[in-house]
Design a protein around this ligand. Structure first.
Ligand SMILES: Cc1cc2nc3c(=O)[nH]c(=O)nc-3n(C[C@H](O)[C@H](O)[C@H](O)COP(=O)(O)O)c2cc1C
Length: 332
């Protein structure tokens, strides 16, 4: 049973429209695996440089699916159609369900190379990039559909998502995800959901919505207000992979329950163990500091706990700190 109807993304059918957004530094295999357990219908890797992949410098761990991921998206960034085309062929070896082009990253290092959100300054190039990726996928990557994730535009003066999404669709993209903030807005201000509604009513291909989906109620409201075919959970999923099962329950029954604190901390510990299996205990313990800021959000004594967690260097130390006394409770 699914919270949104099954969705055709080109030749791929996903069971529903609850997606995990790509997030650099966060949507690692370990975290994606927890989200899949909780019912995410499609998950995305963080952005991976097409050039790095072509030059042999992209980490295998960034690209591999999690053990329980039946379908996932590999997100590439780049501005050079031939390099993107080669990168698609290489990404195809991982048998991803979809291959995504990042046209929204606001980070200076990425936009300086003409990639990420800078692609939106040149819709013609964006279209050629998608066309090259689609062709490469059909010829050398098993025909995985190509999706594009974009913003509203470069800044408030150049809101051109209609033109960019139209170019992507004409070039063969199978889905567009719109995060309706401009590059200039970064992650501040409000996500302009009316732009999602506008795009969903114009494109032939499905539109996924992103931006300010912090609760299951936000997801339901986004679908009701915009008619989007899928919702991407980003910051709202951090420290809370349960948001997928909660949203599913809300969509289907009109209500859901919040997991007990022990379950949230337990999920954090599982995340740590899965990550350690991938990148080693020492590195995973360091990486998990930021994740545990999210897993401990809103917990009574959370600040004191976080100040201890940032010094934990072994899984055992994390376990000792996170095993709650029987009376642990939530703030407020
Ligand atoms: C830490 C972080 C990393 C992100 N990395 C990526 C990325 O690699 N690729 C991408 O397309 N979007 C990335 N995003 C954007 C998210 O996918 C999403 O569109 C954005 O956070 C808006 O959703 P939200 O307001 O619900 O968080 C990132 C966002 C955050 C907060």
């Amino acid at each position: 049973m699914s919270a949104l109807p099954p969705l055709a993304i080109g030749p791929l059918t996903v069971p529903g429209g609850l997606f995990l957004a790509p997030m650099a530094g966060y949507t690692d295999r370990a975290f994606r695996s927890l989200c899949v357990e909780q019912g995410a219908d499609l998950t995305y890797t963080e952005l991976v440089s097409a050039l790095a992949l072509v030059r042999g410098g992209a980490r295998d761990g960034l690209l591999r699916p999690a053990d329980n991921e039946e379908r996932y998206g590999i997100q590439l960034f780049g501005a050079d159609p031939p390099a993107l085309s080669q990168a698609v062929a290489l990404a195809g070896a991982y048998k991803p369900g979809v291959i995504d082009l990042n046209a929204g990253c606001p980070v200076p290092k990425v936009v300086k190379s003409g990639a990420g959100a800078a692609l939106m300054k040149n819709p013609g190039l964006l279209g050629r990039a998608v066309e090259a990726m689609v062709k490469a996928s059909q010829e050398r990557a098993g025909g995985a559909p190509v999706t594009v994730k974009m913003r509203s535009g470069w800044d408030g003066e150049s809101v051109n998502y209609r033109e960019c999404a139209g170019a992507a669709q004409e070039a063969g993209a199978a889905l567009v995800c719109l995060h309706p903030r401009s590059r200039a807005q970064g992650y501040g201000g409000k996500s302009a959901w009316p732009h999602i509604q506008d795009l969903a009513s114009r494109l032939r291909i499905p539109v996924a919505g992103s931006g300010d989906v912090f609760t299951p109620e936000d997801a339901l409201r986004m679908v009701q207000e915009t008619g989007c075919a899928a919702v991407m959970f980003a910051r709202g999923a951090l420290g809370n992979p349960f948001i997928f099962s909660q949203a599913r329950s809300l969509f289907l029954t009109g209500r859901y329950t919040a997991p007990p604190i022990e379950a949230r901390l337990g999920a954090g510990l599982r995340h740590l163990r899965l990550l350690a299996a991938d990148i080693g205990e020492k590195h995973a313990c360091l990486e998990m500091r930021k994740h545990f800021c999210a897993y401990t959000r809103g917990i009574a004594g959370g600040a004191a706990l976080r100040s201890k967690l940032v010094r934990a260097e072994t899984i055992e130390a994390y376990e000792a700190l996170l095993t709650l006394p029987p009376c642990g409770g939530a703030e407020g």
